[in-house]
Design a binder for this molecule. Structure first.
Ligand SMILES: Cc1ncc(COP(=O)(O)O)c(C=O)c1O
Length: 349
């Protein structure tokens, strides 16, 4: 995925030393990487500085302390943005809402903490402060929240005189029928006009993630058990579940389903698609519309699983993770192999 994004000319956010390692191993030029995180370790900062990442998005005074210690060791001066919490509550699930004052991320704008951070970073020999950053949350549908965040931060951007502003990511995607999401271009146009209206002259960058990749993937399962509870519901059990897609359990997220053998078939039957894990909460699709003839052995697909699926996967119940296959123009290419039972023992000593 990192190599693909790079080939497409995008820059990449990395949110941990592990993601940094993967991006560098994929051949992504370090200057095209942006390091994020509310608790970057000294080791992670050391690796990012040594690699020469394009930007470090500084999240706290403790992080500035660490950067100053590292500067004393080797004299490197990374280009940084400061992450500001603009005090805007985006209408999305609280677990992925990040722009409000009550957040573990960033320097708070409303209390003056962000002012003090800019002052400190400007005066510090350990960093080259080139701009500001904000990210109000993920799966945000309403352009007005982005505009509100831009408006909230605009006077601060102007007062700082800094040449860069990252508006983060978070543009929502449609998962289920009836949801309507803006395209990236529509979102970008809304953000650009909000910036223009707010008089922002800094170079504006953005970090859409989900909107780039979510729709690019589908997950395929095999139906193993169908339990019909007359008058209650029908459970359709598949050979995966919360280990390959924890989003429904974490956020109550919805998905659609279809049968690849009959993708355009009518879907008059309502069932609950569940995984194979040892929890009743292991639900993938609560009210799935499926064809009337769905049967054991069918392949069942959930679309729009390209974001926060594979990357959030686990081996809960020692269920091996599925492979990842890239498909283009009728060709299929295995890019992450299926895990084996032996893989589950790989780290045990
Ligand atoms: C700082 C930052 N930027 C961008 C993103 C991407 O968000 P999304 O995938 O919702 O576009 C995230 C997601 O967590 C983030 O934390």
């Amino acid at each position: 995925m990192a190599a693909l994004a790079d080939e497409e000319g995008m820059h990449l956010d990395v949110a941990s030393g592990g993601e940094l390692h993967v991006a560098l191993a994929a051949g992504v030029g370090p200057a095209r990487l942006v390091l994020h995180g509310n608790n970057k370790s000294e080791g992670e900062l050391r690796s990012a500085r040594a690699a020469g990442v394009g930007r470090i998005v500084v999240d706290s005074h403790d992080e500035l302390d660490r950067l100053e210690r590292l500067h004393a060791e080797d004299g490197r001066v990374p280009a940084v943005l400061l992450r500001v919490t603009p005090g805007v509550e985006a209408h999305t699930h609280e677990f992925v809402r990040t722009g409000q004052d009550d957040s573990k991320f960033g320097f708070t704008l409303s209390t003056g903490v962000a002012d003090a951070a800019v002052e400190r970073a400007r005066a510090s020999a350990a960093v080259d402060l080139v701009g500001l950053h904000m990210h109000i949350g993920s799966q945000v549908f309403v352009a007005r929240f982005f505009a509100a965040a831009v408006e909230a931060i605009a006077p601060f951007v102007a007062a700082s005189g800094l040449p860069e502003l990252s508006v983060g990511g978070g543009v929502g995607v449609a998962y289920v029928a009836g949801e309507e999401a803006p395209t990236i271009s529509e979102w970008a146009a809304a953000v650009r006009s909000a910036c223009a209206d707010a008089g922002i002259t800094a170079r504006v960058t953005a970090e859409p993630g989900r909107a780039v990749v979510a729709g690019a993937a589908i997950t395929l399962y095999t139906v193993g058990t169908v339990k019909d509870l007359a008058g209650i519901r029908t459970y359709v059990s598949v050979d995966g579940g919360m280990s390959d897609n924890p989003r429904p359990v974490l956020y109550g997220s919805g998905y659609e389903t279809f049968l690849p053998r009959a993708p355009t078939a009518e879907r008059p039957r309502t069932v609950t698609v569940v995984g194979k894990h040892c929890e009743s909460g292991d639900v993938l699709v609560r009210d799935a519309a499926v064809p009337a003839d769905l049967a054991v052995g069918d392949l069942l697909a959930t679309p729009v699983t390209g974001a926060y699926g594979h990357s959030m996967g686990s081996n809960y119940n020692k269920v091996p993770r599925p492979p990842v296959v890239f498909v283009s123009g009728g060709d299929a290419r295995l890019v992450v192999r299926r895990e084996t039972h032996d893989d589950l023992l790989r780290f045990d000593l």
